[in-house]
Design a protein around this ligand. Structure first.
Ligand code: NAD
Length: 459
């Protein structure tokens, strides 16, 4: 605790010195971060392999590539983001000038989760640095090699008096939450999100909560064979592709019309075989489950007899290797845990509907998802999905890719969290937009001052 308080005092001192407000400092830190991930790419691959069995292609796509893209974008846009924005003022204020200037918040705390332990840790750090803050990053203890990597190398490349990595589990998280922060950015579960929010309330600290939930995929009845093939590949990419389903925006379940389901299921089975081979449990192309606890949690979901009876593909588990075969379930009971809790693993329930329009009511009767995916060419249905449901985002005819698009805000709504980041949105999340009004001494309007009279009332 003492060490933590000393570290925090140093961060406050650095912030107070004004060093981090400087555009040159911010750019140097962003360049140093890019250098770090270039120099230590192999170490990152190794850490991700150890923690999650992630293939280097997946590690590059979802972690290193994401960080490089975000840091380069921040570097290129920084001057523009930092520049004060002029505001048009009403004539009543004449003569006056108005502008909005983004100022850093101060010392910020960032909690990361384990499923993308490098990108979900460093992506918000990029926003915090770009906005001129000092930072404590708390990686997840469930990806220990990545946490060690960050603790060892971030201080070697970045300004260690301004950016600190503090490793540890929930106990360390709790100690951190006892401190006063100028912002807390949290990626994790709704359960811990509540803990974060109540700790933040004590100091009126603003929070961003990047949480999870169940992201549905609506698959409309498509007629073109090539569209169906693309749909199935993208559903698989969004379910098993990112960290074996252990992803907040991963596909949770599929909604499809009953008459179209056999076509989708048949192609899903064939494509899974093509991607992961005859024995997916031996495939190097699929991540393992992060630890025994989460393996047990997923196993428990399948043990429910009615759920087990709904398995139509896969279903085998290897407890020693912590691997679960890509598994498809057809119409498991809607009140079973697999349909009420976020799955966060390689199990894909398919829910059939009489009419695809029913998917809107299905989604609306559950907590608001982080993302809704929908494969459809029907523009009326697309508009209906956008206007009649609520979610952090909607992606049509693809999965996952919205995460890599810096021009769009990323964040949840309702139970999937609040606040947003990526690109300029990250900069704004870690800034205060300060309103500046510049007036002149002349003219002076006397009716604004007492004593009040009828003339002043009419003025
Ligand atoms: P988690 O909530 O268990 O842990 C997140 C972080 O909080 C970790 O750093 C952990 O050490 C810390 N922590 C845990 N208990 C704490 C406590 N009592 N006090 C203080 N800190 C504590 O979440 P997780 O298991 O790492 O991640 C899985 C969840 O995160 C899923 O729900 C998933 O959907 C969500 N998630 C969301 C996003 C997103 O961008 N929206 C991304 C990844 C994961």
């Amino acid at each position: 605790m003492r060490e933590l308080e000393d570290g925090l005092a140093e961060l406050r001192q650095t912030f107070k010195s004004g060093r981090t407000r400087n555009a040159a400092w911010r750019k140097n830190q962003l360049r140093a971060l890019i250098q770090l991930i270039h120099d230590k790419e192999d170490k990152i691959f190794e850490a991700l392999l150890q923690d999650l069995g992630k293939h280097p292609v997946e590690s590059y796509r979802d972690e290193i590539g994401i960080i490089e893209k975000s840091a380069v974008n921040a570097l290129n846009c920084l001057e523009k983001w930092m520049a004060p924005k002029k505001s048009r003022l009403p004539l009543l204020f004449f003569p006056a000038k108005g502008e909005v200037m983004s100022e850093p918040l101060g010392v910020v705390l960032i909690f990361a989760s384990w499923n993308f332990p490098i990108s979900l840790a460093l992506d918000p750090v990029i926003g915090a640095i770009a906005a001129g803050n000092t930072v404590v990053l708390k990686p997840s203890e469930l990806a220990p090699e990545c946490a060690l990597f960050l603790a060892e190398f971030v201080p070697l490349y970045l300004d260690c008096k301004a950016i600190k990595v503090i490793g540890g589990g929930a106990d360390v998280g709790e100690q951190l939450l006892q401190q006063k922060w100028d912002k807390i950015f949290f990626t994790g579960s709704p359960r811990v999100g509540r803990v974060v929010m109540s700790a933040a309330a004590k100091h009126l600290t603003p929070v961003t909560l990047e949480l999870g939930g169940k992201c549905p995929v609506i698959v409309d009845t498509l007629s073109s064979p090539s569209d169906i093939k693309v749909t199935v590949k993208r559903v698989i990419g969004g379910k098993w592709g990112p960290c074996s389903g252990q992803a907040c925006i991963g596909v949770d379940y599929v909604l499809v019309e009953e008459k179209f389901a056999p076509t989708v299921i048949d192609l899903l089975k064939k494509t899974i075989k093509k991607f992961y081979g005859d024995n997916p449990k031996d495939s190097k192309n699929i991540c393992r489950i992060v630890n025994k606890h989460h393996f047990g949690r997923l196993h428990k979901l399948l043990k429910d007899p009615l759920v087990a009876a709904s398995i139509i593909h896969g279903g085998s588990l290897d407890e020693e290797k912590l691997i679960i075969e890509p598994t498809i379930l057809l119409n498991p009971p809607l009140d079973a845990e697999i349909m009420t809790e976020e799955i966060f693993g390689p199990l894909l329930p398919i829910i059939t509907l009489n009419n695809i329009q029913e998917s809107i009511e299905f989604i609306n009767s559950r907590p608001k998802p982080l993302t809704i995916y929908a494969f459809t060419k029907d523009e009326t249905f697309q508009r209906q999905i956008v206007s009649e449901t609520s979610s952090g985002s909607v992606t049509f005819n693809d999965t996952m890719v919205q995460f890599a698009c810096d021009e769009l805000p990323f964040g949840g709504v309702g139970q999937s969290g609040f606040g947003r980041y990526h690109g300029k949105y990250s900069f704004d999340t870690f800034s205060h937009e300060k309103a500046i009004l510049q007036r002149s001494f002349f003219p002076e309007l006397e009716p604004r001052y007492p004593p009040w009279n009828d003339f002043k009332l009419k003025f």
